[in-house]
Design a protein around this ligand. Structure first.
Ligand code: GAR
Length: 200
């Protein structure tokens, strides 16, 4: 049965677009995955325009959430969107806000995130920069279920990215994004097919 997914994104939207390309435009991914809507918490975030251009049939919605004081309203309206589109999964693709413990506990194993490091290393913001500045020789990408603990939910899959001596912050960012675009669709397909720890 098709699984309806809502994507949450805050910024550039390369991961959101990659998922839309795979599951909606080119349909090279699993036909079981239906992207019902994309929600951004940032007004004017590039992701909104990109989705509107690439896939005009997918609703691209702005739902404000800038400061913590807006979280309760954001989550309540998001629950309305989840009901409206009968969403089975919430896919975080560069969503840079924290969801409350109360919200997350309503959707166990239904919220999936991608993080640009090999968790548990370099949690939080600016993970690529932190890895580059620390001087690790290998970093990577982690796809995991979201729990109330930040960047600490059960891991679905990881991809290693080697940091060469010749790498700059920019070249490393490009490598990490390439790895993200490679593994996120596959990780989502695998998780939604129930092949990984899943309470379905
Ligand atoms: C991605 O690198 C993603 O892993 C990261 O934000 C970037 C969004 O890029 N997410 C986090 O850091 C979450 N903690 P995109 O907007 O081009 O997809």
């Amino acid at each position: 049965m098709q699984k309806n997914c809502i994507i949450l994104a805050s910024g550039n939207g390369s991961n959101a677009l990659n998922l839309i390309n795979r599951f909606y435009i080119n349909k090279t991914g699993s036909s079981l995955i239906n992207i019902s809507a994309v929600v951004s918490n940032i007004e004017g975030a590039p992701v909104i325009d990109k989705v509107k251009k690439a896939a005009p049939d997918i609703p691209a919605l702005f739902l404000p959430y800038a400061s913590v004081s807006e979280r309760e309203r954001f989550e309540s309206e998001l629950e309305g969107i989840i009901k409206k589109y009968k969403a089975d999964y919430i896919i975080l693709a560069g969503f840079m806000k924290i969801l409350s413990e109360e919200f997350v506990s309503k959707f166990p194993y239904k919220i999936i995130n991608i993080h640009p490091s090999l968790l548990p290393a370099f949690k939080g913001r600016d993970a690529i920069k932190k890895a580059f500045e620390y001087g690790v020789k290998y970093t990577g990408v982690t796809v995991h279920y979201v729990t109330h603990e930040i960047d600490a939910g059960p891991i679905i899959c990881q991809e290693i990215v080697k940091i060469d001596d010749s790498d700059t912050m920019e070249s490393l960012e490009a490598k990490v994004h390439k790895a993200e675009h490679k593994i996120y669709p596959v990780a989502i397909e695998t998780a939604l097919a129930g092949a990984i720890r899943n309470i379905n």
